[in-house]
Design a protein around this ligand. Structure first.
Ligand code: PA5
Length: 439
């Protein structure tokens, strides 16, 4: 990403700057507090005990969430091998009627062995409330009302919310989410960590990996702080050269969902209309979730020859469990004989990076290493999540915006309630009707 590797619109060493952590407000780094949770704290023990209970009693654990209540768990499930017998499923991130109908048809036969975790920080999100109501009715019809409190949990950090109140009334156990941590920064809280425990993984290892990154990323100097360096490369590419697109491209199928987690983190945290001083800035870096080697044959043409307005970050490392070998005696394919797929995918990443460099496109690789065993492990995933969270916080601070709010999401929610005629939105309905009448 740096000059002279890339010369056109490249960041020079002298552009990089020291960053004082005193520029953060205390409440900015609440996601950091999560990772310093003591291994023996009652919270850690509760997550473990609940995970054990679910593993012992249920064949299927269903995450019912959207946005930050969903994407972190998906990234964990995609990246790591499940060690328990409890299958993990997801519903609620889309109100697609066919998806909902097919899903419930599929799980009907094992419904008594299925447990749902309804996750909503606000406890008001209409997609989640709708699916929650559907689940309650489905359980009532198929198993009977007594199963509602046995087969449903609610995770929320809003005791005032409708979800919390209805849950209490129905006798459903409520798991308390961290109220100070925004959804998209919550993967290392109970929201993601319960999923990990149900998978038979040790949630403490995720936190250990995150702490390692935190320790290594505390210097004000970007050359001794990788998360800061990553943030500065994004920031300077944007500010100096208008590169307002950030592609994250893991070379591993198992990190496909991680790229989607990153996409939400970057989009909702950094895309803002107003800066901290109240000026209209309409700022942001558009995140693209890409995947190697698949997208070499779909996206790379644009990255190489389209507008020079992006930076590409590959994620790679010794993260594979297997290495199937190619064996052939066919003359014209001899160059592939004896190659393992590990070598092949590694060469593909390298070749793509070289082609980007040749075309003067900023790119870099985050290399996952130092894993105790081959393959991806919870510690590395914890570190990877935290690396991006920290870099995002740095970047938001440099852009002088509120990284942790999402007024653009709230507006859509407000209109949805208005159109659905939710009580309390009568005035908005009148205003909207008048607006629509006037075209
Ligand atoms: O990260 C965010 O803040 C949002 O994307 C939320 O995750 C999303 O809107 C769902 O909100 P909630 O968890 O309150 O249901």
């Amino acid at each position: 990403m740096l000059y002279p590797a890339v010369q056109d619109k490249a960041i020079k060493k002298e552009d990089l700057f020291d960053f004082k952590s005193s520029s953060f407000n205390k409440e900015d780094l609440t996601f950091r507090d999560l990772i310093y949770e003591d291994n023996n704290s009652s919270r850690t023990k509760d997550i473990k005990a609940l995970g054990d209970h679910i593993k012992k009693n249920f064949k299927r654990y269903v995450v019912v969430g959207i946005g930050g209540s969903d994407l972190g768990s998906r990234a964990i499930v995609g990246a790591l091998k499940r060690k328990s017998n409890t299958e993990i499923s997801f519903i609620g991130a889309n109100t697609d009627p066919d998806q909902i109908s097919d899903f419930f048809d599929e799980i009907k036969k094992d419904l008594d062995k299925t447990v749902f975790n309804i996750i909503s920080k606000s406890g008001e999100t209409v997609e989640i409330i709708s699916v929650f109501l559907y689940i309650m009715d489905f359980i009532k019809q198929n198993l009977g009302p007594s199963y509602i409190s046995k087969n449903i949990y609610i995770t929320t950090s809003s005791p005032q919310s409708s979800l919390y109140r209805v849950g209490k009334k129905e006798g459903i156990s409520i798991i308390e989410g961290e109220s100070s941590v925004g959804d998209r920064f919550s993967v290392l809280s109970v929201i993601g960590m319960l999923t990990a425990e149900v998978m038979g993984l040790d949630s403490r290892e995720f936190l250990e990996g995150a702490r390692e990154i935190d320790n290594n990323c505390s210097s004000p100097n970007p050359f001794s702080n990788d998360a800061l360096m990553f943030a500065e490369l994004n920031f300077l590419s944007y500010k100096l050269y208008g590169k307002n697109i950030g592609v994250v491209m893991p070379y591993a199928e198992k990190l496909r969902s991680f790229a989607f987690w990153y996409r939400q983190l970057w989009a909702e945290s950094l895309g803002k209309k107003i800066d901290i001083n109240g000026n209209i800035v309409n700022t942001g870096i558009t995140p693209i979730a890409s995947l190697g080697s698949t997208d070499q044959h779909s996206q790379i043409q644009l990255y190489n020859e389209g507008p020079n307005d992006l930076i590409v970050t590959f994620i790679f490392g010794e993260i594979f469990d297997n290495n199937p070998q190619i064996k052939t005696e066919i003359k014209e394919f001899e160059y592939l004989n004896g190659k393992g797929f590990r070598e092949l995918i590694s060469i593909e990443r390298e070749a793509t990076a070289l082609s980007l460099r040749e075309n003067q496109r900023s790119n870099g690789t985050i290399i996952l290493d130092n894993m105790p065993s081959k393959g991806l492990d919870p510690k590395t995933m914890g570190g990877l999540f935290y690396f991006f969270e920290l870099a995002c916080a740095y970047l938001g601070n440099m852009l002088e915006i509120d990284t942790f709010n999402q007024p653009g999401v709230e507006k859509g929610k407000e209109y949805m309630y208005t159109l659905l005629s939710k009580p309390g939105f009568e005035k908005e309905k009148q205003v909207l009707s008048a607006k629509l009448k006037n075209g």
